[in-house]
Design a protein around this ligand. Structure first.
Ligand code: 48H
Length: 259
């Protein structure tokens, strides 16, 4: 059989277009493909929920690839290890209660399991706005990251969703958009994003889980975005909180969608 370039091109364009069309209305749209977003996508998809995740960068995985300061190992505590075990990601006990994992194995496995569970991951797409209806967020406004990077004046497209997860990490991009453009309060103490605090791993890890919740009607925050929204500490390269937060966001959303 002779390979034909036009067929290869058509295969990509038609398949991708269909994938995008199939995801124009989803149960949950996730902004950000770091560990929290990926774990959330996995647990939702595994329960039959329709999930689309949008990641700005070419590579999915957020800040996990680089471990700590580019030493490509991550640390998790016992609770976090439970999630790595579930994904069959190898861990080594370093000292009692501290486990390490190869960050490359961790990220690539989270990605592949999320896709295999049925989530659709879109890379190279940035979330630039939200859709708002009757004081609730009902979807994401997306554009090619290349358009954003080049500063081109190109209008975006939209994805409708029952719920949105802001898993954009430190910059809490969805929450910041809401704060700036929607004349309503966030579900925080002050009605504004409370901001991330300095390093305190122990407190931060616990807080990440507590702060994983709805931050604006229709919008849940997960991972580092949870602490940046509700005002807690950073934790450095210990990733248990990120994994557990993704799991908790999925559980909360599944419960909410059952209602
Ligand atoms: C599309 C976007 C947009 C946008 C951003 O930073 P992440 O890895 O986030 P988490 O919360 O899953 O994990 C945080 C962890 O990596 C980390 O930074 C830790 C533990 N820090 C502790 C410390 O002390 O520093 O992933 C977020 C992803 C990234 O890939 C971004 O590119 C992406 O979201 N993103 N994608 N549209 N508007 N904004």
């Amino acid at each position: 059989m002779q390979l034909n370039e036009q067929t290869i091109t058509r295969a990509i364009i038609e398949t991708y277009n269909q994938k995008l069309i199939d995801n124009l209305a989803v149960d949950v749209a996730i902004a950000g493909g770091g560990p929290a977003g990926l774990v959330c996508a996995y647990y939702l998809a595994r329960k039959g929920c329709k999930v689309a995740l949008f990641e700005r960068k070419l590579s999915i995985g957020g800040g996990m690839w680089g471990g700590g300061m580019m030493f490509n190992e991550i640390v998790v505590q016992k609770d976090g290890k439970r999630i790595l075990d579930e994904f069959e990601i190898a861990t080594k006990e370093f000292e009692r209660g501290y486990y390490t994992a190869d960050s490359i194995e961790a990220v690539s496995t989270l990605c592949s399991r999320a896709v295999q569970a049925g989530a659709t991951l879109f890379n190279c797409i940035s979330v630039e706005d939200v859709i708002i209806r009757s004081k609730k967020v009902t979807g994401l406004v997306i554009n090619w990251s290349a358009v954003e990077m080049a500063g081109l004046h190109v209008d975006p497209l939209c994805v409708e969703s029952r719920f949105v997860v802001d898993a954009t990490g430190h910059p809490i991009e969805v929450i910041k958009i809401i704060e700036k453009k929607v004349d309503l309060k966030l579900l925080t103490k002050t009605g504004k994003a409370l901001g991330e605090k300095s390093m305190w791993a122990d407190v931060a890890e616990k807080a990440t889980l507590d702060n994983t919740k709805e931050a604006f009607p229709g919008v849940y925050v997960a991972g580092m975005a949870a602490n940046a929204t509700f005002g807690s500490f950073r934790m450095g390269p210990i990733f248990g909180g990120m994994l557990l937060s993704g799991e908790k966001a999925a559980k909360l959303l599944l419960k909410r969608m059952q209602k």
